[in-house]
Ligand binder design. Structure first.
Ligand code: PLP
Length: 381
């Protein structure tokens, strides 16, 4: 599914030198390497402020807490995401309110959010936390309009979307504040856990800085209940090196996605027409890049008939695949108290049954992609 050693090989000396600098300076928490990474990251994203922190999960919590989300309030998010998109809202003391996804992009549907805001759970909602799933931003104009009309804050979960854009504006600079993850499988990845908060607001940035350091503005004087959520020096050093390559790596992912599209089409396996597909499916439904979006293909996710049997078939041939995500958030045991039931979000539930992520990373070879597509063709024949 992912061979990180192929990324490491050509840059290993640069990474070792960067790690050596941290050891030389002994600045293990935040420090110069993290500050340099933050500055370069903000420049690349076109955001005014970028603040390194300990993980994507902590970045989400920091973003929500900095935006003043608290107990008694609610935040709308998607049921089809990684657990942290919802758990961070609970950790901030607020209540996640869910709305269904758009079946083409797999992202939160603005129309569904709008309906939820008009419903019984809508009154307490102060913010929307959309996720740029699989590396494609949400359909931004609809969300921007919704936020403006309803006076809501937008907290982007950009964990999977470093470099993704909507009409030339990068994820991380679309909403009021955003959270990134540098978990090792992400497009831009650390050598451990790390994350980042970005914002164009000086006030929010100042609050994130305070909250990631135990709520301190002045050493040992705690203004608010913050947390230890700082980025460590080794991660900043590694990320600063990789930041130089991420644009080229994302371009490579785009070329790989285009090649998957072509290979599936050549094999006659690309389901025609717009989703939702009605009737029997003979091929697979390919992922789409929305007009306006610049997709960075963190994942290449197809919808497949008999998905679980297909996955077993691929596994038996040593072909990696993954299901992001097999169980929507409203059906998770840990989130039972939210009071949702199976059937509440049909598109999220259908996606959970049908999606299959295929190998995609910058160093993946053409012959490997051909092998993947040939195996799927064999399964479907
Ligand atoms: C959509 C999404 N949100 C949040 C996170 C949390 O990030 P982390 O694992 O760095 O805490 C992840 C990644 O794992 C993610 O994919």
């Amino acid at each position: 599914m992912l061979d990180l050693k192929r990324q490491y090989a050509p840059i290993h000396q640069e990474l070792l030198d960067a790690l050596g600098r941290v050891l030389e300076t002994q600045q293990f928490i935040l420090g110069g390497e993290v500050a340099a990474f933050e500055k370069a990251a903000a420049e690349q994203l076109g955001a005014s402020h970028a603040l390194g922190c300990s993980s994507g999960t902590d970045a989400l919590w920091l973003a929500l807490a900095a935006a003043g989300i608290e107990s008694g309030q609610a935040v709308v998010t998607t049921p089809f995401s990684f657990f942290a998109s919802a758990s961070s809202i609970l950790r901030a003391g607020a209540t996640p309110v869910l709305a269904d996804i758009d079946p083409v992009s797999f992202n939160l549907s603005a129309a569904a959010v709008s309906a939820v805001l008009d419903g019984p759970r809508g009154a307490a909602v102060r913010a929307i936390l959309p996720v740029h799933l699989y590396g494609q931003t949400i359909e931004w104009p609809s969300f921007s309009r919704l936020a403006r009309e309803r006076g809501l804050t937008i907290v982007e979960d950009a964990a999977q979307a470093w470099g993704a854009e909507w009409n030339g504006v990068k994820a991380g600079g679309l909403g009021n504040i955003a959270a990134f993850s540098f978990y090792p499988t992400k497009n831009l990845s650390a050598a451990g856990d790390a994350g980042m908060v970005t914002t164009n607001s000086a006030e929010l940035a100042e609050r994130v800085k305070m909250l990631r350091q135990q709520g301190m503005r002045r050493r040992y004087y705690h203004d608010e209940l913050g947390w230890n959520a700082r980025m460590d020096g080794f991660q900043g050093a590694v990320l600063a090196v990789k930041l130089k390559y991420i644009c080229a790596w994302n371009e490579a992912r785009r070329a790989l996605a285009a090649r998957y599209h072509a290979l599936f089409a050549q094999a006659g396996l690309a389901e025609a027409g717009n989703y939702p597909v009605h009737g029997p499916v003979h091929g697979v439904v390919l992922p789409r890049e929305l007009p306006g979006a610049h997709h960075v293909w963190h994942q290449y996710v197809i919808r497949a008939p008999r998905r679980d049997a297909l996955r077993e078939f691929l596994t038996a041939r040593a072909i990696g695949s993954e299901i992001y995500y097999p169980l929507p958030l409203h059906q998770q045991e840990a989130l039972k108290s939210l009071g949702y039931a199976a059937g509440d979000f049909p598109e999220a539930e259908r996606a959970a049954r049908e999606v299959l992520a295929l190998p995609i990373y910058p160093e993946l070879r053409e012959d490997e992609q051909q092998t993947v597509v040939a195996a799927i063709a064999e399964f479907l024949s």
